[in-house]
Design a protein around this ligand. Sequence first.
Ligand SMILES: Cc1cc2nc3c(=O)[nH]c(=O)nc-3n(C[C@H](O)[C@H](O)[C@H](O)COP(=O)(O)O)c2cc1C
Length: 417
Amino acid sequence: MVDGPVPDDPQSDGAQSDGAQSDEARAGEAQAAGPFAAFQDSIYLDGLLTGEPPAYPTGASALEEAARERLDPGPRGYVLGGAGGGATMRANREAFERRRIVPRMLRDVGTRDLSCSVLGTESPAPVLLGPVGVQSIVHPEGELATARAAAGLGLPMVLSTASSYSLEEVAAASGSGPRWFQLYWPRDDDVTISLLARARAAGYTVLVVTLDTWYLGWRPTDLDRAYLPFLRHIGLANYLSDPAFLAGLSRPIAEDPTAAIVHWAGMFSDPTKTWSDLAFLRDNWIGPIVLKGVLHPDDARKARDTGLNGIVVGNHGGRQLDGAIGALDALPEIATAVGDDLTVLFDSGVRTGTDILKALALGARAVLLGRPYIYGLALGGEPGITHVLRCLLAEFDLSMALSGHTHLNDLNPKILT
Ligand SMILES: Cc1cc2nc3c(=O)[nH]c(=O)nc-3n(C[C@H](O)[C@H](O)[C@H](O)COP(=O)(O)O)c2cc1C
């Protein structure tokens, strides 16, 4: 994306030409990738032919409402709730709401190409399914459904360490789909090494290290119900299937399941980690490493100077530090600070196709989705997720066209006000 000063070209709005691709090649790719906007036509046409509306809502608020109604109180609080009084969750949305797009006219937007390559991973659109743990609390197929839906559309998925199914099971469901692995960095080095080796062997190509969850945030919605899935053995599949983790137990899980939870709680994270410890991950992971949860430009610079490959600008969807800055408000300064030296990704608060456009305009290479696809999972398993993704991609595609843009390189801060 465009960082720093942009040329004042009235036709391109400062667009960067990639120069390497012919228009014909681009058009061919766009054909293969979509167009995503056609999903809108199919909804109207299906409605005409069947007399039925779409199976799931198409807008963000209705989707959240439907999921709220569908979920039991524990999972509902866990997924929809945030930290503290919800100030950061609100700030995430306000940061998007405050920004507006200034559309341009008569620019031949009949063919769009939304495809991109992020840290060596090809995707038909700059959208990844972000790491969300314990997905079986909203649907029995959990991450397996997510893997199938993501692979069906060719979008990369990021699997959480805290998944309900083991990373090997999810890899099998994902098939040839692109996949990354998110690490909650354990205190126990042997477990870390083992998880990384398993992830690599199972075809996860990029490591995403979450930095904002050394402790669980203060979450009154969960606290008031004393609801934490891990204590019920949910979200521990990667640990309970890990030889290094199991070696740390004095008795088999079946004989003493509570001891396994206590052992897990003791090694899950290590709040004493500092920047210099990242060398350990570099030594034990072949491939790009992304730091997730960066909100300060100096931390982004440190990530770059430490030799990391990317960052996710975000605040864990307002689930960790309540009162933290709205994620989109942190993005422009960070993108300017690191320029093209680091791949800048974004999450926290993305709900619509226009949100994707805004995050890209402010310097993100791609966005990670969180709650919206989990709402789709809750409502309908794999088809529910596919529906949500197709809606978001269609709205993003339409937003590109309606704002006068055909390529991701067209997006820069000047298209917003
Ligand atoms: C129920 C739930 C579980 C999550 N689990 C993880 C996780 O295991 N690892 C992680 O790095 N982030 C996790 N996240 C954070 C997401 O990756 C992402 O940062 C966040 O959902 C973005 O905010 P949004 O959903 O409001 O857009 C979780 C989020 C939710 C809602």
